[in-house]
Design a protein around this ligand. Sequence first.
Ligand code: MF3
Ligand code: CO
Ligand code: CO
Length: 267
Amino acid sequence: MNDGRLTKEGIRIHNPDDFAGMHAAGQVAAQILDEVGPLIAPGVTTGELDDFINRRVTELGSTSATIGYRGYQHASCISVNHVVCHGIPGDKVLKDGDILNIDVTVIVDGWYGDTSRMYVAGRASRKAERLIQVTHDSLMRGIEAVRPGATFGDIGHAIQSHAEGQRMSVVRDFCGHGLGRTFHAPPNVLHYGRPGKGPVIEEGMFFTIEPMINLGRPETKILADDWTAVTRDKSLSAQFEHSIGVTADGCEIFTLSPGGLFLPAMG
Ligand code: MF3
Ligand code: CO
Ligand code: CO
């Protein structure tokens, strides 16, 4: 595996040394998500949160992977309530009970760290809390399926079976992705699937798992700004994302929260 080769599916196999680069990048992204949490409250705008994130990206010696990516102009995506992903920060004022995903991707020494998590402005409703918990647990079940010899279908199945078992739905229109010295690389990491299907997972693969789970139906649409994805039925949506690297017996999560703050205290 020590050869930086590509699999037949075009998935890069990284060297043991490469894990340190990904760990450093992942930790900067996760630290920024830790730091932004205390700023979130009713009355704050998503643009103010992005300004803070943008400043911290620079202060921590990293660069934003999203500014300039396909014309995107912000250091984060902030997706509130029925926004599924790629919400554009701006003048939107948070109100009590809003739930939001903040997604940050940084580059450190050429390596990409990509992570997102959910936050609440004020107090969330019971159904919103449940959605956040189930989405978090779906991601973690997907991560638990990662080991050499398992398949990407095993990951998708672990996520889908948990979410649908709670009568929630898995978004099909967006997926996780390989990453490393590039932002988006093969494979597409689907958040649904069948056990044993899809590419075989090998030691040295780096990829994200980032399920989007809806309280209602899974269908999405893109707004006229060409970025913001929303649920077609306007139901609430949640997402969590980690960047991981496959080890000999499982995986390393590069984007673990330094402060243990990945899942917000709720209730
Ligand atoms: N961070 C997102 C992901 O998880 C991608 C955001 S691209 C942007 O893949 F341009 F919208 F920022
Ligand atoms: Co991602
Ligand atoms: Co992301």
